[in-house]
Design a protein around this ligand. Structure first.
Ligand code: GLA
Length: 708
């Protein structure tokens, strides 16, 4: 294995910004890396060497240290002890293991919150949080930020030029906001900056409703549930801005003190799906996004894990890190079962197929006491390997054999699903049906799309339509784009006019950027281009039938009665609902606009029916992928250095089944992993193909074999 010390040159080449211009997207040298969270402060120093030796033996090359270690780094105000960390980093380097330092700001020490009680956050119920857990701090407190800046500066001065430190993680899983009076005053100031006058705020929030009219900024409450939808949306924007400021406070300390080669990221929790704040906005200030990918109870849900990793990749539209994943089991699910033998490795490989440049386990060894004694770990309290160690070591061996091929590769997509936080929030404030679970709805669209792409292994992107450049996509699918501003509508219409194809799902365009109803009805500022609109929406308490020209299906949860207003808008689908409001009414309409098209699907069809709709949309958008379907439960992921013919391509094939599967892929391939049986065959005359026999939870990493 190459020493991580050698990687510093690679890092420099990969990252340095030319003439102070915007840095290029960060690329992790020697990716994908494998590692773990390691808390040396919780163990006698005499045991560190054997920990690190075991990590090295498992082919790990990165550890994260320091997060939560504030009381060990600063035992009382201004009394720092960073020597132990320096010794731990040096010892890791001896084992060719690079270090990511986590700033310890998610767990302030008891002396701090005792001396500065204003640094404690207040829950929505009006109670201040207390010491004894973590995340008890107030993210908006200027005093807390000042104290964070001091400890981060100490760390940055000591380790910012260490060749053994490759990057920084700020805090840990930004989670809780604060409802204390000082933060409420900041919220009111935020509103003042945004709306300038109370008259403007009153207008955009329609405060004549229920006599909500404000005559002083200080009257405005701070709520995260049940309030005026305009206020609730602004509160989410405020929370996003406040966390961003919390993070910016540390970035501004770190940047001038650390090598330009050291990256800055944070590990995002909430299983990537939490919506406390806008992940695109928070990750905009980081070199790359990281997230904590846990299964929890049960087993690997492959479409969901694929979707969530694609979702994370979309925040910055680049590769990312999995900063934490589970070594077998967690401790926070209703039942903390272990993943089956082979499943932990399959989870890691599936994840790598969707774009991370590092996978780190949480954690190496459980602290002897503390709240997480039962969490999965890699070694036991005795420091000796647990059964999962061998499987993780096998993954380490896999990565040794494939790292060179995977270097510089990432997933690529011609189809994107549109997701944005304003729409997510606007619907979740008023779901109108308890069944309108947006993750499930995203999955309902993602699953068939991903399956239809499987013959090629190409990815599906999930991007924010306002932030992402859209012209590279042949097809955009927007399952629930509830908030559409005039600006976003203009961007989408321009995309379509230039040849793009846009399929809108139910609830699209109901609201504007203030979370007010659009007066054009749905899809708001897109109604004119669509040549149609929603006449009425219905939350469904029973399925309703759908009838297209050659097929029938059912729809659940939500149904919208559509109408056309332009002669060239086609009706593709109708409801069959004898005696009901929806009977015979259009359920999907499409119009060609410029060189492309806009379609509106007003309901949530069953999986097979939706798959047909999406497959037709792919055909119309020329985004179809020819080739035989893979066996159920087998997944193909393509990582490449680009789209061009000369691009270097690596295929990751995973058998998520409990039985061996035979898979045929077009073209001659060579396996980078041992023990995988490949048989040269022909898909058709003169078309070489390869048959691959994959055992249960088996992995093949394949590269094209040059023609003989
Ligand atoms: C989160 C945290 C970790 C740990 C794990 C347990 O991801 O970041 O500190 O608590 O959960 O699963």
């Amino acid at each position: 294995m190459k020493s991580m010390r050698l990687s510093v040159l690679g890092l420099l080449l990969a990252f340095i910004s030319a003439n102070g211009q915007t840095p290029k997207p960060y690329t992790t040298p020697h990716a994908p890396l494998l590692g773990t969270a390691w808390y040396p402060e919780q163990w006698p120093e005499s045991q560190w060497e054997s920990d690190l030796q075991l990590m090295q033996d498992a082919h790990m090359n990165v550890v994260r240290v320091g997060e939560f270690a504030w009381s060990s780094l600063e035992s009382s105000e201004g009394h720092y002890d960073l020597d132990w960390m320096e010794r731990a980093i040096a010892l890791a380097a001896k084992h060719h293991i690079a270090v990511v330092i986590g700033t310890p700001t998610d767990a302030p020490p008891a002396w701090l919150t005792t001396k500065y009680p204003e640094t404690l956050g207040m829950n929505a119920d009006g109670h201040f949080r207390e010491h004894g857990g973590r995340r008890q701090f107030n993210y908006a407190s200027p005093r807390y930020r000042q104290l964070c800046a001091s400890i981060v500066a100490q760390l940055a001065r000591r380790f910012g030029h260490s060749p053994d430190v490759i990057g920084w993680q700020i805090g840990n899983e930004y989670t809780d906001e604060s409802f204390d009076p000082a933060t409420r005053a900041l919220f009111q100031q935020f509103l003042r900056d945004k709306y300038k006058t109370l008259a403007n705020l009153n207008k955009q929030w329609s405060t004549a409703y229920w006599s909500q009219t404000y005559t002083a900024w200080s009257q405005i409450p701070m709520e995260n549930t049940g309030g005026n939808p305009g206020l609730l949306l602004d509160h989410k924007h405020f929370v996003t801005q406040t966390w961003r400021g919390f993070q910016r406070n540390q970035i501004d300390i770190l940047r001038p003190l650390i090598l330009p080669t050291q990256f800055i990221t944070t590990n995002i929790g909430g299983l990537a799906w939490s919506d406390n704040w806008d992940h695109c906005a928070i990750t905009a200030d980081l070199d790359f996004a990281s997230w904590d990918d846990y299964v929890g109870q049960g087993h690997l849900d492959t479409p969901k894990n694929a979707m969530l990793n694609d979702f994370v990749r979309g925040w910055k539209r680049q590769n990312f890190w999995v900063m934490e994943t589970q070594p077998g089991s967690v401790n926070w699910a209703p039942i903390n079962n272990a993943l089956s033998p082979g499943e932990t490795r399959a989870l890691a490989w599936q994840t790598i197929g969707h774009g991370p440049d590092a996978v780190l386990y949480w954690q190496w060894r459980d602290a002897l006491n503390g709240q997480e004694q039962y969490h999965g770990a890699i070694v036991g309290p005795d420091g000796k390997p647990l059964p999962i160690y061998a499987e993780i070591a096998q993954l380490g061996q896999d990565l040794e054999l494939t790292r060179e091929a995977l270097a510089g590769t990432s997933p690529h997509a011609e189809i994107a699903i549109l997701h944005d936080y304003d729409s997510r929030w606007a619907i979740d404030f008023q779901p109108h049906s308890k069944d309108y679970d947006q993750q499930q709805i995203l999955l309902r669209f993602y699953t068939p799309l991903q399956k239809l792409m499987q013959p090629s292994g190409e990815a599906i992107d999930i991007v924010d339509p306002a932030a992402a450049p859209l012209d590279g996509y042949k097809l955009l699918v927007a399952p629930s784009l509830n908030v559409i501003s005039v600006e976003l509508a203009a961007k989408l219409v321009a995309y379509v006019r230039q040849g793009g194809h846009l399929l809108l799902g139910p609830r699209s365009g109901m609201k504007d950027e203030f979370n007010s109803l659009n007066t054009q009805r749905q899809p708001g500022p897109l109604a004119e281009a669509l040549g149609g609109r929603v006449e009425q929406y219905y939350a469904l308490d029973a399925p309703v039938s759908l009838a297209a020209r050659n097929s029938t299906g059912t729809a659940t949860i939500w149904a919208e009665h559509l109408s056309t207003s332009a002669p060239d808008t086609q009706v593709n689908l109708r409801y069959a609902d004898p005696g009901g409001w929806l009977d015979g009414k259009p359920a999907m309409i499409t119009r060609n606009v410029g060189k492309g098209s806009i379609a509106y699907l007003g309901t949530l069809p069953d999986g097979a029916f939706l798959s047909t709709i999406l497959s037709n949309a792919m055909r119309d958008a020329r985004a179809e992928v020819p080739g035989p379907a893979l066996p159920a439960g087998v997944e193909l992921c393509l990582r490449a250095t680009g789209w061009g013919k000369s691009s270097h391509r690596v295929f990751i094939l995973i058998n998520h089944n409990e039985s061996t599967k035979e898979i045929t892929l077009g073209g001659p391939f060579k396996s980078l992993l041992p023990g995988i049986v490949l048989t040269a065959t022909h898909a058709a005359a003169d078309t070489p193909a390869t048959q691959i026999s994959l055992p249960p939870q088996g992995i093949a990493v394949l590269v094209s074999e040059p023609a003989q």
